[in-house]
Design a protein around this ligand. Structure first.
Ligand SMILES: [Zn+2]
Length: 245
């Protein structure tokens, strides 16, 4: 690690759980962020500052005025610009040691295998079940760690799925009937700081997964209006059509 990096990451290195060895793991890890809405902005911001070596950002969408209430990487000058390339420009100002790539692509079941091939941990920050299903199926098939966030109104959810181990639950073990759900966060009411909170929790989990400290599969629901966090143990559904062995 360069002297400059040692100084930059010194507050991480001082944490005994991270130390130099952990920071080096972070510096060598490759992440992919799917979706640069409120969750993606917050999670990618902290991940860039944390020094993850390679960060890929995938989003086909453009910045709209109604995004500016919560998507902290964008401002008035970014309206109508692509979110992936714009966020990469902003993030690269924050940490020159991170290799950032922005892809103006809409993930589908075909292109996902090329888009995520060289990323070890996948952060799903998308706003719809269709994308979440595609991402989950890819992570099951390729035994990758999936960290998934969502938020709507005052409530947020965080899911960690360690799919390197086939004994662990996948996203669809929890949400079997996704076809019947029609809740998209895209058009929904949403409390601005909630996406920051859930995005930050995703950024914490990706550090824990990388340094291999206390990372486990779990699901958490946060009701920000009531101020209540509820951790839910998750179990593999033996009937799950996606991850059934
Ligand atoms: Zn499953």
């Amino acid at each position: 690690m360069l002297k400059e990096e040692l100084l930059r990451y010194s507050r991480h290195i001082m944490l005994p759980e991270i130390d130099i060895e952990g920071q080096e793991k972070i510096n060598n890890m490759s992440l992919a962020f799917i979706g640069m809405g409120g969750l993606g902005c917050s999670a990618s911001l902290y991940s860039t500052l944390s020094g993850f070596g390679k960060i890929k950002i995938i989003d086909f969408d453009f910045v709209e005025a109604s995004n500016l209430q919560r998507q902290i990487l964008f401002d008035e000058n970014d309206l109508s610009k692509n979110k992936a390339t714009t966020s990469v420009k902003k993030l690269s100002q924050l940490n020159p040691f991170v290799e950032l790539t922005g892809l103006e692509e809409k993930i589908d079941s075909e292109n996902i295998k090329y888009l995520l091939k060289d990323s070890e941990i996948i952060l799903d920050c998308s706003d719809n079940f269709e994308t979440r299903k595609i991402v989950n199926r890819y992570c099951v098939k390729h035994s990758k760690i999936l960290i998934s966030g969502s938020s709507i109104a005052w409530k947020g959810q965080l899911g960690c799925f360690d799919l390197r181990d086939a004994k662990n639950s996948c996203y669809e073990c929890l949400f079997e009937d996704l076809e019947n759900e029609d809740l998209s966060c895209r058009e929904s009411a949403i409390a601005s700081p909630l996406v920051g909170a859930i995005g930050s929790l995703m950024a914490i989990e990706v550090i824990k997964a990388t340094i291999e400290k206390n990372f486990e599969s779990y699901f958490m629901i946060f009701d920000s209006l009531k101020g209540v966090f509820k951790k839910v143990d998750i179990h593999k559904n033996p009937e799950c059509r996606i991850c059934r062995i």
